[in-house]
Design a binder for this molecule. Structure first.
Ligand SMILES: [Zn+2]
Length: 379
């Protein structure tokens, strides 16, 4: 009897959850009648669940605009302010904090210098900065679901360690040392995996049915493989470390100590730090046709095309380019596509190369989503 009761309660919860997701995905407020018709529920069932969702503060009333004009009907829309999460990106030099609501709208953002990349010191700095961040932006601590943190490195979730981060020059850092000073739930993930998750969220429901590979282009180069909407992490959590694929045998020395890695050729450092320019300077001079930059950039696109074609060969799916470099790529996309297509054995076009929607802040958005997904599943 007890079991039967649980089953009924769970089934009712699932119905409520489906209805919440329907309202979540709808672009504008939806009426009870619309929900009943599209989801195949009776009006009393819809009525009951809407009342529960309203009571819980998860949705709010909104007006449904009829295409034929006339009086607007009462509808329901998401209350995106009911909860929020914070995504934090740790890079070689900076800490960045981003708060997003249930619908991934940005609530607050802050960037600051990183004091030390050591685990306990990072944890302490994050704990301090978080409290300031909450106060400065009058964010309600009672509504925070959790804190997601990204690191540019290999993370072993089972052993609970950052195995290696060539970018931060650290290895074997205990994740519990990072979590300890922070008094909220914490989830830690590789930055490119989180970035890929943000791009997945940015796709339409239809586009989400397709798998994709994410190539993250910044000072360090990383990536992620998304299959059925989930990152494929590999046996040791090292899947998607595209920056350390060898593209030139015995080539340039890489940060990781090996030679000829993609990162040694296509790191943004090559056209920023190494030549003493900011990204804006470099791309402005490149657009103006500065000869040595044109050559340097052409070389960069060539190496990038090798990597992208290899990814296409390995995965046969779309390749989404992200990371801050991707925001400058649009004018050079036709050339990159042409260079990549030229290398391909099976096809003559490289239209599978796409620019990501979030060249900056992707990792923070994606890692914050970890908590949103849990929250939505729990409704
Ligand atoms: Zn390397």
């Amino acid at each position: 009897m007890e079991e039967l009761k649980t089953t009924i309660t769970e089934r009712r919860r699932q119905t409520r959850n489906k209805m919440y997701r329907y309202i979540y995905d709808a672009e504008s407020p939806v009426s009870k009648q619309q929900i009943a018709t599209s989801m195949g529920y009776s009006l009393p069932t819809v009525h009951q669940n809407i009342a529960e969702l309203l009571d819980a503060g998860l949705i709010r009333p909104g007006e449904v605009q009829k295409s034929t004009g006339g009086r607007p009907a009462v509808g329901y829309t998401l209350d995106e302010n009911v909860r929020y999460a914070v995504g934090i990106a740790v890079s070689a030099t900076h800490l960045r904090l981003l708060a997003t609501d249930v619908k991934q709208n940005e609530l607050a953002y802050k960037t600051m210098s990183l004091k030390s990349p050591e685990g306990d010191k990072i944890g302490e700095q994050i704990a301090e900065e978080l409290e300031l961040f909450f106060d400065e932006n009058t964010l309600d601590r009672g509504k925070v679901l959790g804190i997601g943190i990204t690191f540019p490195g290999v993370i072993d979730q089972e052993k609970d360690v950052i195995v290696l981060s060539p970018t931060l020059r650290i290895k074997d850092i205990s994740l519990s040392a990072v979590r300890k000073p922070i008094r909220y739930p914490v989830f830690i993930e590789n930055d490119s995996t989180s970035g890929g998750a943000a791009e997945w969220l940015g796709l339409s429901l239809k586009e989400r049915e397709e798998d994709f590979v994410y190539l993250f282009l910044e000072n360090g180069i990383g990536g992620a493989v998304f299959i059925d909407g989930k990152p494929y992490l590999g046996t040791d959590g090292r899947s998607g470390e595209f920056g350390h694929m060898c593209i030139v045998p015995e080539g340039r020395k890489c940060n990781c100590g090996k030679k000829g890695c993609l990162e040694a050729y296509c790191s943004a450092f090559r056209f920023t730090r190494d030549i003493g320019r900011t990204p804006e300077d470099f791309f402005a001079s490149l657009a103006a046709g500065k000869e040595e930059y044109v050559q340097l950039w052409d070389e960069n696109l060539t190496y990038l095309s090798i990597a992208i074609n290899n990814l296409r060969m390995a995965f046969d799916c779309n390749v989404i380019l992200g990371g801050y470099v991707s925001q400058y790529l649009e004018p050079y996309l036709p050339k990159l596509k042409a260079k990549t297509a030229e290398r391909n054995t099976f096809e003559t076009s490289a239209e599978y190369i796409k620019l990501g929607k979030y060249p900056t802040k992707a990792g923070m958005r994606g890692v914050a989503w970890h908590f949103m997904e849990e929250f939505i599943n729990s409704i």
